[in-house]
Design a protein. Structure first.
Length: 347
């Protein structure tokens, strides 16, 4: 272990999260016969750069068409049902699966459910699973400091227009910044998943999985109505409108909003700017308890106080009651007490 790695470990070992400590530096055997992950470079990098605006523009146009149609014909119960089904399927798989299960390893599930969560979670369209896990682990290690891939504190605050440029960076710009793309290689930050052939395969079919999240609602719309127009309106609501709302939730509200605004009841060891925004807890399926999350990144549940609602945490607790989830990590009352913000201690 190099000096740099040792100081890394010392820095992050007090986060009550085993993820970074055990995974970043743990050697993992990868069978060369397994499907391989190919790092983004050359033409593949440019395809990725074109992919994000293309899928975003298509979904924005579709969402505008859905909203325009709402003005004169409303939304059918079938489309509303498909929209809610898709939002919850993809949202819970994204937050409870991609984030809390794969990036933080805050609980364990049986293999079929693990695969389902990886597939449906990839439908959020944020990034292929290996890259998502890698940059998210790096986000926690460097939270809001130099090296954080998508902090809204990217450029020093005193520089002109820095606030708007920082928000742009955390929202969208970081995806196109070759520096931020290179600092979180899965070979370093997601070795555990690289050793799982099925996860590498899911990673490599990212574009197809995201496109299927638009086709699935259309298929459901056709099955329920038996008409092409039923498939079309379900595509607009369950595909395009849902994708837009989820992108706004993940990209703008969480990466930018929850690192700029909100209350900070807990001491976050990495000293990030993470904040809790209570009125966004339900639409973000719990992730808006962001200060709680950065204070206890290894916890599967983000609702620390009794009045806080964490839909993804409730979903994980339900899986636990059904016997499908085990090793569900929660902070102990002592850990919560020790991190509760105390102005007398931190001055
Ligand atoms: Zn964060
Ligand atoms: Zn996290």
């Amino acid at each position: 272990m190099t000096m740099q790695q040792a100081s890394y470990l010392a820095e992050i070992s007090d986060q009550y999260s085993v993820t970074e400590v055990t995974e970043v530096f743990q050697p993992v055997e990868i069978d060369p016969r397994h499907p391989q992950y190919t790092p983004l470079s050359g033409i593949r990098k440019w395809i990725r750069y074109a992919w994000y605006p293309t899928i975003d523009i298509i979904s924005v146009i579709g969402a505008i068409a859905a909203i325009a149609s709402f003005g004169h014909q409303g939304i059918s119960w079938i489309d509303l049902g498909i929209l809610l089904f898709m939002f919850n399927l993809v949202g819970l798989a994204g937050e409870a699966g991609m984030h809390r299960l794969f990036a933080h390893k805050s609980y364990k599930v049986v293999k079929p459910l693990r695969i389902l969560l990886a597939l449906a979670g990839s439908m959020t369209g944020e990034a292929p699973i290996l890259e998502y896990v890698a940059y998210h682990r790096r986000h926690h290690i460097y939270a809001d400091r130099e090296g954080d891939p998508h902090t809204p504190h990217y450029i020093a605050a005193e520089k002109p227009l820095s606030r708007s440029r920082n928000i742009w960076h955390s929202f969208f710009g970081w995806k196109y910044n070759s520096k931020t793309n290179q600092i979180a290689p899965p070979e370093r930050y997601a070795k555990d998943l690289l050793a799982e052939p099925v996860m590498v395969t899911i990673n490599n079919y990212f574009y197809g999985i995201v496109l299927s999240s638009f086709l699935l609602p259309a298929l459901l719309g056709f099955l329920f109505t038996g008409t092409a127009s039923g498939a079309w309106t379900a595509f607009l609501w369950g595909g395009c409108f849902r994708f837009c709302v989820m992108t706004l939730m993940g990209d703008l509200i969480i990466r930018a909003g929850c690192h700029l605004f909100g209350t900070r009841p807990f001491i976050d060891q990495a000293n990030s700017h993470s904040g809790n925004i209570w009125f966004l807890a339900i639409p973000t399926l719990g992730l808006a308890w962001h200060n709680n999350h950065h204070a206890f990144p290894g916890s599967a549940l983000l609702n620390i106080d009794w009045w806080q609602i964490d839909p993804s945490g409730s979903f994980i607790s339900l899986l636990e009651k059904l016997g499908w989830a085990t090793n569900v990590k929660r902070p102990t009352p002592e850990q919560v007490k020790a991190k509760r913000f105390n102005p007398e201690i931190v001055g």
